[in-house]
Design a protein around this ligand. Structure first.
Ligand SMILES: [Zn+2]
Length: 562
């Protein structure tokens, strides 16, 4: 928009200058040009005060004609350029009302006349910019508009109108570039989910495929046997129902580990995406959906060498048994070889917050590091941390680490929080379906999800909770829990025992080894929160956890020696 006020002051100055110049009586038809211009300008100012309507649109039209006539009659008048400028403006106003192409053309015609006939007019810059705008937005003529903007920039590079013209050119360039870009993947219509990404974690005996989805879906998994005649490997394929492809599916995702060769993805019908896993050999798999955000996880489980050995031993022992003898004991649990410690949260997710900026993520990382050191040094156990530092790791990637590492135990470390500042103590969880309201609330917090998602998950997980490691998980939970309660109690006074419970923590879903989640005291409790940040207290906690793991290992040995 142009500034009318700027122009008024300009014309006042001009009028004064002309009056002085004309003082000598050298004639412009006795100042008739000035009279005509000033009376038209007065009409313009008065019309401008109200909106243009059907009632006054005729007056605008007449006014434009009056301005237009001045330079025709008085081409050398010092008001000629002003008159052309306002003729254009008046037509522009009218065009805003009637939207007639002809009206806009008249505005452009008057402005073009100004720029060609009065190139040194003080109104030239503003006129050229207005021309550019009308050509760009009114006439949709980008090429002509660009010419006007460029001419303006060349002639008055430092002027304020040149600056505006530059911005216009940049915006036009952006629009052009956007047009060149390939069309984006369409967003799913209502009710359709999008498959946006496929990720994988892979190791010798375990592969996890994660498919990121924009919303909840239904899915079906199928197994196809190897077809040597057709050169097809064994396959597992998953149909994502009501789903569209929101990622590039043109190239297979090559995995090439012991279990999985590659993943192919493609459309199957109008609203089914089919994900095909080309396997190296057919092994067991599990598929489950996690919400917030939705992702479909497929765990492919090979048999690792240790498991094979164990089963062979069990088979041998079975053979030795006489018919009618007692039921064979289950294969003994071996000594602990490797443990994955999972310090909860991290990075953008601080976990629970306490006083003096204490964050759960920092406390549990410190504890995990100390515990790792002692497990290695004193028990000779290999320890892998799901995170070494303050980074964000997705929940499903944490168990994936444990599975890929083929760990013997998975221990997720957390500290608790409550709106009730008096809440205190320790509670330990293993993965299971739960209907306990408080456990659901806690799981919702640790999963960073809503209560509703938990109930969805309950349904989804109903078959996964028939976990073969459930018994061992419960034992591990009890060993760790009672060790912390008794040792910390001896040193710091009675520890509130909140029990060993079951809950639906995503982080434990799909873990192939005994796995627990420990909530070590309340960061929101004044005493416990302060203590948790102290080295000595953390060391004592580490000592207690180490004792708990030792006890678990001993009980495993006892089973072995039975
Ligand atoms: Zn936590």
């Amino acid at each position: 928009m142009i500034s009318t006020r700027r122009f008024i002051s300009y014309s006042a100055v001009m009028a004064l200058a002309v009056a002085v110049l004309l003082g000598g009586g050298v004639g412009w038809a006795a100042g008739r040009d000035k009279d005509l211009y000033l009376s038209a300008k007065k009409e313009y100012d008065s019309l401008k005060k109200a909106n243009i309507t059907a009632a006054n649109s005729r007056r605008w039209e007449t006014l434009a004609g009056r301005f237009q006539k001045i330079p025709q009659e008085f081409s050398r008048s010092p008001y000629a350029d002003d008159a052309l400028f306002y003729a254009g403006r008046s037509y522009q106003e009218l065009y805003g009302f009637n939207q007639k192409e002809r009206t806009l053309d008249l505005a452009i015609k008057n402005w073009r006349a100004l720029t060609s006939r009065y190139p040194s007019s003080p109104l030239l810059q503003e006129t050229q910019y207005s021309l550019g705008l009308s050509l760009e937005e009114g006439k949709n003529d980008a090429a002509e508009a660009r010419k006007q903007y460029q001419a303006l920039i060349e002639k008055y590079p430092r002027g304020e109108w040149a600056a505006k013209a530059r911005k216009k050119l940049e915006a036009m360039k952006r629009v052009e570039e956007e047009k060149k870009e390939p069309p984006r993947v369409s967003t799913a219509p209502a009710g359709k989910a999008l498959l946006t990404q496929i990720r994988y974690t892979s190791s010798q005996s375990y592969t996890r495929i994660t498919m990121d989805l924009s919303s909840e879906i239904r899915f079906e998994t199928h197994i196809l046997k190897e077809e040597t005649s057709k050169g097809l490997p064994p396959r597992i394929y998953v149909d994502l129902l009501g789903t569209r492809l929101g990622m590039d599916g043109s190239q297979p995702i090559v995995v090439k580990d012991r279990l999985l060769r590659q993943v192919r993805v493609g459309r199957f019908g109008s609203d089914v995406v089919r994900v095909v896993l080309d396997m190296s050999s057919l092994t067991g798999h599990k598929a489950f959906l996690l919400p917030d955000p939705y992702r479909l996880v497929i765990d492919i489980q090979g048999q690792n060498d240790r498991e094979k050995n164990r089963e062979e031993v069990a088979a041998l022992e079975k053979k030795k048994e006489l018919p009618g003898s007692q039921k064979s004991p289950k294969p003994p649990a071996p000594a602990l070889r490797k443990i994955v410690l999972d310090p909860g949260h991290g990075g953008k997710d601080p976990g629970a917050l306490g006083m003096n900026h204490a964050a759960e993520k920092d406390i549990v990382l410190a504890i995990a590091r100390k515990l790792a050191k002692r497990l290695k040094a004193e028990l000779g156990i290999d320890v892998v941390l799901t995170r070494q530092d303050d980074t964000f790791i997705r929940l499903e990637d944490r168990t994936a680490v444990a599975n890929a590492e083929d760990a013997d135990l998975f221990i997720s470390l957390h500290v608790n929080a409550s709106p009730n500042g008096n809440a205190k103590g320790i509670e330990t969880y293993y993965l299971d379906n739960t209907t306990d309201e408080a456990s659901i609330r806690l799981a919702a917090r640790e999963n960073a999800t809503s209560r509703k998602s938990i109930s969805d998950l309950q349904f989804i997980l109903s078959d996964l909770t028939q976990n073969s490691k459930l018994e061992d998980s419960i034992t591990l939970g009890h060993r760790l829990h009672s060790s912390v309660v008794s040792l910390m109690g001896q040193r710091y006074g009675e520890v509130k025992d909140l029990g060993v419970k079951k809950a639906l923590f995503y982080v434990l879903v799909g873990a192939r080894m005994p796995s627990v989640l420990v909530e070590l005291f309340f960061i929101t409790n004044k005493t416990e929160g302060r203590a948790l940040t102290r080295q000595a207290y953390q060391d004592a906690l580490v000592e207690a956890l180490l004792e708990g793991i030792k006890k678990y290992q001993e009980s495993a040995q006892v089973v072995k020696n039975l």
